[in-house]
Design a protein around this ligand. Structure first.
Ligand code: CA
Ligand code: CA
Length: 325
Protein backbone atom coordinates (compact mmCIF):
# COMPACT_ATOMS: atom_id res chain seq x y z
CA UNK A 1 0.00 0.00 0.00
CA UNK A 2 2.85 2.33 0.86
CA UNK A 3 4.37 1.54 -2.53
CA UNK A 4 1.26 2.62 -4.39
CA UNK A 5 1.00 5.81 -2.42
CA UNK A 6 4.61 6.77 -3.03
CA UNK A 7 4.47 6.14 -6.75
CA UNK A 8 1.13 7.69 -7.46
CA UNK A 9 1.07 11.11 -8.98
CA UNK A 10 -2.57 11.63 -8.10
CA UNK A 11 -2.07 12.85 -4.56
CA UNK A 12 -3.39 9.58 -3.17
CA UNK A 13 -2.12 10.31 0.34
CA UNK A 14 -4.26 13.43 0.33
CA UNK A 15 -7.23 11.38 -0.85
CA UNK A 16 -6.69 8.83 1.92
CA UNK A 17 -6.36 11.61 4.47
CA UNK A 18 -9.66 13.02 3.33
CA UNK A 19 -11.25 9.59 3.53
CA UNK A 20 -9.91 9.06 7.03
CA UNK A 21 -11.20 12.44 8.12
CA UNK A 22 -14.57 11.71 6.52
CA UNK A 23 -14.71 8.30 8.18
CA UNK A 24 -13.79 9.71 11.57
CA UNK A 25 -16.43 12.36 11.16
CA UNK A 26 -19.18 10.08 9.98
CA UNK A 27 -18.40 7.23 12.36
CA UNK A 28 -17.40 9.15 15.48
CA UNK A 29 -18.90 7.06 18.28
CA UNK A 30 -20.22 9.96 20.30
CA UNK A 31 -20.92 13.44 19.02
CA UNK A 32 -19.56 15.92 21.55
CA UNK A 33 -22.17 17.85 23.42
CA UNK A 34 -22.18 21.57 23.22
CA UNK A 35 -21.24 23.26 26.44
CA UNK A 36 -23.97 25.87 25.79
CA UNK A 37 -27.36 24.49 26.78
CA UNK A 38 -29.33 27.72 26.45
CA UNK A 39 -28.87 30.48 23.86
CA UNK A 40 -32.49 31.35 22.97
CA UNK A 41 -31.85 32.78 19.52
CA UNK A 42 -34.31 33.72 16.80
CA UNK A 43 -37.50 33.31 18.76
CA UNK A 44 -36.58 29.88 20.13
CA UNK A 45 -36.58 28.94 23.81
CA UNK A 46 -34.36 25.96 22.97
CA UNK A 47 -37.01 23.63 24.34
CA UNK A 48 -36.93 25.30 27.75
CA UNK A 49 -40.27 25.94 29.37
CA UNK A 50 -41.57 27.90 32.33
CA UNK A 51 -43.29 25.69 34.90
CA UNK A 52 -45.22 28.58 36.47
CA UNK A 53 -44.36 31.81 34.70
CA UNK A 54 -43.92 32.79 31.07
CA UNK A 55 -40.78 32.49 28.94
CA UNK A 56 -39.98 33.82 25.49
CA UNK A 57 -36.95 34.48 23.33
CA UNK A 58 -36.34 38.24 23.51
CA UNK A 59 -34.14 40.10 21.05
CA UNK A 60 -31.83 42.86 22.17
CA UNK A 61 -32.10 42.56 25.95
CA UNK A 62 -29.79 40.65 28.25
CA UNK A 63 -28.25 38.92 25.26
CA UNK A 64 -24.69 37.99 26.17
CA UNK A 65 -24.46 35.31 23.49
CA UNK A 66 -25.90 36.07 20.08
CA UNK A 67 -28.75 38.54 19.77
CA UNK A 68 -31.47 37.15 22.04
CA UNK A 69 -32.01 35.93 25.58
CA UNK A 70 -34.74 34.11 27.49
CA UNK A 71 -37.11 36.65 29.01
CA UNK A 72 -39.00 35.27 32.01
CA UNK A 73 -42.12 37.15 33.05
CA UNK A 74 -43.64 36.65 36.48
CA UNK A 75 -47.23 35.45 36.54
CA UNK A 76 -47.35 34.82 40.27
CA UNK A 77 -45.66 31.45 40.57
CA UNK A 78 -42.24 30.47 41.87
CA UNK A 79 -40.41 28.39 39.28
CA UNK A 80 -39.40 30.58 36.37
CA UNK A 81 -37.44 28.27 34.11
CA UNK A 82 -37.01 24.61 33.41
CA UNK A 83 -34.20 23.54 31.09
CA UNK A 84 -34.74 21.23 28.19
CA UNK A 85 -34.14 17.55 28.97
CA UNK A 86 -30.39 17.37 29.61
CA UNK A 87 -30.06 13.63 29.09
CA UNK A 88 -28.42 14.13 25.66
CA UNK A 89 -25.80 16.15 27.61
CA UNK A 90 -25.55 13.60 30.45
CA UNK A 91 -21.82 13.08 29.99
CA UNK A 92 -21.12 16.81 30.00
CA UNK A 93 -23.39 17.29 33.02
CA UNK A 94 -21.62 14.58 35.01
CA UNK A 95 -18.21 16.08 34.20
CA UNK A 96 -19.26 19.68 34.79
CA UNK A 97 -18.55 21.39 38.09
CA UNK A 98 -20.87 24.32 37.50
CA UNK A 99 -23.98 25.49 35.76
CA UNK A 100 -23.23 29.04 34.62
CA UNK A 101 -25.51 31.66 33.12
CA UNK A 102 -25.73 35.40 32.60
CA UNK A 103 -28.57 37.12 34.43
CA UNK A 104 -29.78 40.60 33.55
CA UNK A 105 -32.09 42.85 35.55
CA UNK A 106 -33.38 46.04 33.91
CA UNK A 107 -35.36 48.24 36.25
CA UNK A 108 -37.82 49.40 33.61
CA UNK A 109 -38.76 45.77 32.91
CA UNK A 110 -39.25 44.91 36.58
CA UNK A 111 -42.51 46.87 36.53
CA UNK A 112 -41.93 48.86 39.69
CA UNK A 113 -40.70 45.91 41.72
CA UNK A 114 -39.02 46.43 45.06
CA UNK A 115 -37.30 43.10 44.85
CA UNK A 116 -36.53 40.48 42.26
CA UNK A 117 -34.36 37.44 42.56
CA UNK A 118 -33.44 33.99 41.32
CA UNK A 119 -32.10 32.13 44.31
CA UNK A 120 -33.47 28.61 44.24
CA UNK A 121 -32.33 25.87 41.92
CA UNK A 122 -33.49 22.28 41.62
CA UNK A 123 -32.49 19.09 39.85
CA UNK A 124 -35.47 17.08 38.69
CA UNK A 125 -35.70 13.81 36.78
CA UNK A 126 -37.97 11.11 35.45
CA UNK A 127 -37.41 8.91 38.52
CA UNK A 128 -39.35 11.48 40.56
CA UNK A 129 -36.31 13.16 42.10
CA UNK A 130 -36.53 16.82 43.03
CA UNK A 131 -33.49 18.20 44.84
CA UNK A 132 -33.73 21.89 45.61
CA UNK A 133 -31.26 24.27 47.17
CA UNK A 134 -30.43 27.96 47.45
CA UNK A 135 -27.52 29.67 45.72
CA UNK A 136 -24.52 30.71 47.82
CA UNK A 137 -26.18 30.39 51.20
CA UNK A 138 -27.14 26.76 50.66
CA UNK A 139 -25.02 23.73 51.55
CA UNK A 140 -21.66 24.25 53.21
CA UNK A 141 -18.79 24.12 50.78
CA UNK A 142 -20.85 24.95 47.71
CA UNK A 143 -18.72 27.11 45.45
CA UNK A 144 -21.59 29.14 44.01
CA UNK A 145 -20.92 32.71 42.95
CA UNK A 146 -22.53 35.83 41.60
CA UNK A 147 -20.07 38.07 39.75
CA UNK A 148 -21.92 41.17 40.95
CA UNK A 149 -23.06 40.31 44.47
CA UNK A 150 -21.62 38.86 47.68
CA UNK A 151 -23.00 35.47 48.80
CA UNK A 152 -25.70 36.95 51.04
CA UNK A 153 -27.38 38.70 48.12
CA UNK A 154 -26.40 36.37 45.28
CA UNK A 155 -29.07 36.24 42.58
CA UNK A 156 -30.80 39.37 43.88
CA UNK A 157 -31.55 42.62 42.12
CA UNK A 158 -30.29 45.48 44.28
CA UNK A 159 -31.57 48.47 42.35
CA UNK A 160 -28.80 48.59 39.78
CA UNK A 161 -29.34 47.55 36.20
CA UNK A 162 -26.86 45.16 34.77
CA UNK A 163 -25.74 41.69 33.90
CA UNK A 164 -23.98 39.26 36.19
CA UNK A 165 -22.75 35.70 35.79
CA UNK A 166 -24.15 33.19 38.25
CA UNK A 167 -22.39 29.92 38.88
CA UNK A 168 -24.16 27.04 40.59
CA UNK A 169 -21.96 24.27 42.01
CA UNK A 170 -23.39 21.07 40.54
CA UNK A 171 -21.45 18.91 42.99
CA UNK A 172 -23.37 20.37 45.92
CA UNK A 173 -26.78 18.92 45.15
CA UNK A 174 -27.57 16.11 47.57
CA UNK A 175 -28.75 12.69 46.51
CA UNK A 176 -32.55 12.59 46.30
CA UNK A 177 -34.72 11.04 48.93
CA UNK A 178 -36.32 8.58 48.98
CA UNK A 179 -35.13 7.60 45.49
CA UNK A 180 -31.42 7.18 46.28
CA UNK A 181 -31.02 3.83 48.01
CA UNK A 182 -27.53 2.90 46.87
CA UNK A 183 -25.61 4.94 49.42
CA UNK A 184 -25.16 7.88 47.07
CA UNK A 185 -24.40 11.20 48.76
CA UNK A 186 -24.67 13.52 45.74
CA UNK A 187 -27.18 13.90 42.98
CA UNK A 188 -24.48 13.31 40.37
CA UNK A 189 -23.59 10.00 42.00
CA UNK A 190 -27.26 9.09 41.94
CA UNK A 191 -27.59 9.95 38.25
CA UNK A 192 -24.41 8.04 37.46
CA UNK A 193 -25.80 4.96 39.23
CA UNK A 194 -29.11 5.13 37.39
CA UNK A 195 -28.50 5.04 33.64
CA UNK A 196 -32.16 4.12 33.16
CA UNK A 197 -33.14 7.71 34.00
CA UNK A 198 -34.10 9.00 30.57
CA UNK A 199 -34.88 12.60 31.40
CA UNK A 200 -33.49 15.17 33.82
CA UNK A 201 -33.50 18.94 33.91
CA UNK A 202 -32.68 21.98 36.03
CA UNK A 203 -35.26 24.36 37.45
CA UNK A 204 -34.60 28.00 38.35
CA UNK A 205 -36.82 30.14 40.53
CA UNK A 206 -37.97 33.68 39.85
CA UNK A 207 -39.52 35.77 42.59
CA UNK A 208 -40.60 39.40 42.67
CA UNK A 209 -43.21 41.54 44.37
CA UNK A 210 -44.39 42.82 41.00
CA UNK A 211 -46.53 40.82 38.61
CA UNK A 212 -45.30 40.93 35.02
CA UNK A 213 -41.74 41.72 36.14
CA UNK A 214 -39.36 40.34 33.54
CA UNK A 215 -35.73 39.34 33.80
CA UNK A 216 -33.35 37.88 31.24
CA UNK A 217 -31.08 34.83 31.09
CA UNK A 218 -28.59 33.90 28.38
CA UNK A 219 -25.44 31.95 27.65
CA UNK A 220 -26.29 29.00 29.88
CA UNK A 221 -23.34 26.63 30.10
CA UNK A 222 -22.10 23.50 31.76
CA UNK A 223 -18.56 24.34 32.90
CA UNK A 224 -16.23 21.38 32.56
CA UNK A 225 -12.71 21.58 34.03
CA UNK A 226 -10.18 21.44 31.22
CA UNK A 227 -12.62 22.15 28.42
CA UNK A 228 -10.58 24.94 26.85
CA UNK A 229 -12.15 24.38 23.45
CA UNK A 230 -15.58 24.86 25.05
CA UNK A 231 -17.16 21.98 23.17
CA UNK A 232 -18.46 20.01 26.13
CA UNK A 233 -15.73 17.36 26.28
CA UNK A 234 -12.17 17.15 27.57
CA UNK A 235 -9.72 15.56 25.18
CA UNK A 236 -6.34 16.07 23.53
CA UNK A 237 -7.61 19.06 21.57
CA UNK A 238 -7.86 20.96 24.85
CA UNK A 239 -4.09 20.78 25.44
CA UNK A 240 -3.00 23.06 22.57
CA UNK A 241 -6.03 25.23 23.30
CA UNK A 242 -4.84 25.64 26.89
CA UNK A 243 -1.28 26.44 25.85
CA UNK A 244 -2.56 29.06 23.43
CA UNK A 245 -4.81 30.50 26.13
CA UNK A 246 -1.94 30.73 28.62
CA UNK A 247 0.08 32.69 26.06
CA UNK A 248 -2.62 35.37 26.03
CA UNK A 249 -5.48 34.95 28.48
CA UNK A 250 -7.13 38.19 27.44
CA UNK A 251 -7.25 37.12 23.81
CA UNK A 252 -8.58 33.71 24.83
CA UNK A 253 -11.39 35.23 26.89
CA UNK A 254 -12.23 37.67 24.11
CA UNK A 255 -12.41 34.88 21.55
CA UNK A 256 -14.82 32.95 23.78
CA UNK A 257 -17.59 35.48 23.99
CA UNK A 258 -15.76 37.61 26.56
CA UNK A 259 -15.50 34.74 29.00
CA UNK A 260 -15.56 35.97 32.60
CA UNK A 261 -12.65 35.37 34.96
CA UNK A 262 -14.95 33.20 37.08
CA UNK A 263 -15.67 30.97 34.11
CA UNK A 264 -12.02 30.86 33.09
CA UNK A 265 -11.12 29.74 36.60
CA UNK A 266 -13.75 27.01 36.49
CA UNK A 267 -12.30 25.72 33.26
CA UNK A 268 -8.58 26.06 33.92
CA UNK A 269 -7.71 26.32 37.62
CA UNK A 270 -6.61 22.76 38.33
CA UNK A 271 -4.48 23.48 41.40
CA UNK A 272 -7.16 25.58 43.09
CA UNK A 273 -5.08 28.69 43.66
CA UNK A 274 -7.71 30.88 42.04
CA UNK A 275 -5.56 31.56 38.96
CA UNK A 276 -5.02 29.98 35.58
CA UNK A 277 -1.27 29.65 35.01
CA UNK A 278 1.37 27.28 33.73
CA UNK A 279 1.06 25.47 37.06
CA UNK A 280 -2.31 24.15 35.87
CA UNK A 281 -0.98 22.45 32.74
CA UNK A 282 -0.15 19.24 34.58
CA UNK A 283 -3.73 19.06 35.84
CA UNK A 284 -5.10 19.10 32.32
CA UNK A 285 -2.54 16.55 31.13
CA UNK A 286 -3.57 14.24 33.98
CA UNK A 287 -7.22 14.79 33.17
CA UNK A 288 -6.77 14.00 29.49
CA UNK A 289 -4.57 11.00 30.21
CA UNK A 290 -7.14 9.53 32.58
CA UNK A 291 -10.02 9.95 30.15
CA UNK A 292 -10.96 7.01 27.92
CA UNK A 293 -8.50 6.77 25.03
CA UNK A 294 -6.75 9.88 26.27
CA UNK A 295 -3.43 8.29 27.20
CA UNK A 296 -2.47 7.24 23.70
CA UNK A 297 -3.11 8.15 20.12
CA UNK A 298 -6.78 7.44 19.72
CA UNK A 299 -7.36 4.42 17.49
CA UNK A 300 -9.80 4.72 14.64
CA UNK A 301 -13.13 3.53 16.07
CA UNK A 302 -13.94 -0.06 15.19
CA UNK A 303 -17.16 0.71 13.29
CA UNK A 304 -15.15 2.95 10.96
CA UNK A 305 -12.95 0.13 9.63
CA UNK A 306 -15.41 -1.10 7.04
CA UNK A 307 -16.11 2.45 6.01
CA UNK A 308 -12.46 3.28 5.43
CA UNK A 309 -11.92 -0.01 3.59
CA UNK A 310 -14.94 0.57 1.42
CA UNK A 311 -13.89 4.08 0.52
CA UNK A 312 -10.17 3.37 0.18
CA UNK A 313 -10.55 0.43 -2.21
CA UNK A 314 -11.56 2.49 -5.25
CA UNK A 315 -8.71 4.91 -4.55
CA UNK A 316 -6.21 2.09 -4.33
CA UNK A 317 -7.62 0.51 -7.44
CA UNK A 318 -7.17 3.83 -9.18
CA UNK A 319 -3.59 4.04 -8.00
CA UNK A 320 -2.96 0.53 -9.18
CA UNK A 321 -4.34 1.31 -12.65
CA UNK A 322 -2.20 4.42 -12.94
CA UNK A 323 0.89 2.60 -11.85
CA UNK A 324 0.45 -0.18 -14.34
CA UNK A 325 -0.67 2.13 -17.10
CA1 CA B 1 -28.52 34.26 23.22
CA1 CA C 1 -12.92 20.40 24.82
Amino acid sequence: MREYIRKSSLGIPAVLTLLLVAAATVCSPAASADVVIGNFEDGSTDGWISPQESVASVAGKGNTLGGSSAGVTLLGGFWGLQTVNLNPNRDAFLKANFLSFDLTFIQADLQGANFAQTKEFALHDSSGSFVQRQIATGPAGAKDSDSLMPPATAGQWQGTDGTRTLKIDLNSFAAPTPQATGGETSYKQYLRNHPEIASFDIWMSFQSDSLLATYYIDNVKLLIPGDFTQNGTVDKDDIPAMLAALADLSAYKASHNNMSDATLTSVGDFNSDGLVTNLDIQGLLDSVASSPGGGSIAPVPEPASWFIAALALPALALARRRQSG
